[in-house]
Structure formats: structure tokens, C-alpha cells
Design a protein around this ligand. Structure first.
Ligand SMILES: Nc1ncnc2c1ncn2[C@@H]1O[C@H](COP(=O)(O)OP(=O)(O)OP(=O)(O)O)[C@@H](O)[C@H]1O
Ligand SMILES: [Mg+2]
Length: 253
């Protein structure tokens, strides 16, 4: 579905991300974790052609309309309501307007925003805007879904429900996913494969972990599976090593 080969991204001088290799097989859920500034968002931008790499290739064989992307900062149009924002993508992809609005309402309902469909983005909280942006991309049922910290800024309960909703949808529809997250629990409980980046600059993919928790899988219940704890410990210590080497913020005495 997606193959990134030997990808190097540089902003002017030194590469931020170097020689990245990763693959998202058909219908697989893949996560990318790594220290802040290691080039995760840059990699996603390169995948959709918004960022020209210094070297390397991205192969997907997909058209633009097959790829859904949820950026780290939501990009809702401020002069359109939540419903109109969600409908916009559908209309853009050829849906008739009335049908698009009905679909948009349905997606907002699913993400717990049914009562807020007529609000403008500035009248929504950060987490609510994030959910509108998520509705916008899910409504298009892309073949490949790229998400950059989509569940950040949600409270614990809403977050768990949204994650379950998204996991069920991608399993049901066979959507392939590349998720960027700082949350190791989220990465493990949702994924088939987790990639770990070293700290930047010149960040590299330093580990690839397979998640053996069986599917179909409820990501909340997956946390109690024995394979979860073992992998969590490993990922935690591998990631801590990367962050500690960089000199993490000192505790205030
Ligand atoms: N347009 C740009 N011009 C110059 N430098 C940039 C640009 N975009 C990102 N960078 C730098 O490239 C590095 C990687 O940025 P990127 O946003 O890809 O990191 P990230 O892994 O997504 O971080 P975070 O986890 O904080 O979101 C950072 O050091 C950042 O400052
Ligand atoms: Mg980022």
C-alpha cells in the first residue's frame, strides 16, 4: 500500500530525517513514534508530496483521493460550520451537496459532536476541532489514512471511545493506516507494526516492532493482553534511551 525507501529530508542544511525505510502493507495499521523533532510530520508531508525529499522514494500506487490525511494542526475553514467543513471534502470528491451534508452529520454524530454541527471552529474546543477534522477525513473512507497525533487533546474517556470507533472502522473497511503518535499505549494497542525513530537531527528508524495481539482487536481491551506489557516495556526503554541521550529537561529541585 505504501513503501518509503531511503528517504532523507533536509531543510536547507543538515538532514532532519535520514534514510528512512518503512512499509504499510495492505490493510495494516502502522505507527511511527519518536522524540519531538525527529521528522515524523515531515515524513507524512513527504508521503503526500507536500515535502520534497532530498533523496529517496515514496511508492503507493494510489491517487490523491485514495489518501486521507489528518495534519497535526487541524486545518478547518474558520468561515464554515463543523458540518460544512466535513461535507466539503465529500463535495470535493464528487458527492452531491445534500447527500454530503447528511453524511457529514452522521460522522459528527459518530464522533460525539452531533449537537455541535452548526458551530464554527472558533466556538469549539481544541479537542472538538480535532474530532471535526477526524470526521472530515474518515467520511472520505480513504484506502490509506495518514494521521498525525489525531487523538491528542481529548479527555481520557472520549479518547478511548474515539480510538475504538476508528479502530473498528479501519478493521471493517480494511483501511491501511500510518499513525504518528507520542502515546506508546495508543501505538501498541492499535498497530500491527510500530516503528521507532531516533532523535534528530539525522533521525533514523532504529527499531521495527511487530505487535502480536490478535485481531479483531478492541484497542482498549488490548492493553490487558500479555504481549502488550512486554512490548510497552521494550518500547519505553528504547525511547527513553533516545530522549535521555539528548539531555532531557531537568527536574526542578
Ligand atoms: N519548514 C521547515 N523549515 C525548517 N525546519 C523545519 C521545517 N519543518 C520542520 N522543521 C524542523 O525539522 C525537524 C523535524 O520536524 P517535524 O515537524 O517533522 O518533527 P516531528 O517529529 O513531527 O516533531 P513533533 O513530535 O514535535 O511533532 C525539527 O527540528 C523542525 O524544527
Ligand atoms: Mg510533528
Amino acid at each position: 500500500m505504501l513503501r518509503v525507501r531511503d528517504l532523507t529530508i533536509s531543510y536547507g542544511g543538515e538532514p532532519v530525517l535520514e534514510r528512512a525505510e518503512l512499509a504499510v502493507e495492505d490493510g495494516r495499521f502502522v505507527s511511527l513514534v519518536g522524540p519531538s523533532g525527529s521528522g515524523k510530520s515531515s515524513l507524512l508531508r513527504a508521503v503526500i508530496g507536500l515535502q520534497r525529499p532530498l533523496a529517496g522514494t515514496v511508492e503507493s500506487g494510489l491517487g490523491h483521493s485514495d489518501i486521507g490525511i489528518l495534519f497535526q494542526d487541524d486545518a478547518l475553514l474558520p468561515w464554515k460550520t463543523a458540518r460544512d467543513n466535513v461535507a466539503l471534502g465529500l463535495v470535493f470528491h464528487g458527492s452531491e451537496r445534500r447527500r454530503a451534508l447528511a453524511q457529514a452529520s452522521l460522522w459528527l454524530d459518530r464522533l460525539g459532536l452531533g449537537g455541535l454541527a452548526d458551530r464554527y471552529p472558533r466556538h469549539l474546543s481544541g479537542g472538538q476541532r480535532k474530532r471535526v477534522a477526524l470526521a472530515q477525513v474518515l467520511a472520505l473512507t480513504p484506502k490509506l489514512l495518514l494521521m498525525d497525533e489525531p487523538f491528542a487533546s481529548l479527555d481520557a474517556i472520549v479518547r478511548a471511545r474515539i480510538i475504538q470507533e476508528v479502530a473498528a472502522l479501519v478493521e471493517r473497511e480494511g483501511i491501511s493506516v500510518l499513525l504518528v503518535t507520542h502515546d506508546l499505549e495508543e501505538a501498541i494497542s492499535l498497530s500491527d507494526t510500530v516503528y521507532l525513530l531516533s532523535r534528530g537531527p539525522r533521525a533514523r528508524i532504529i527499531h521495527e516492532y511487530s505487535v502480536t495481539i490478535p485481531r479483531p482487536r478492541d484497542p482498549v481491551r488490548a492493553r490487558t493482553h500479555p504481549a502488550f506489557a512486554a512490548l510497552y516495556d521494550k518500547l519505553w526503554s528504547d525511547l527513553s534511551r533516545e530522549v535521555d541521550d539528548a539531555g532531557s529537561p531537568k527536574a526542578v529541585a
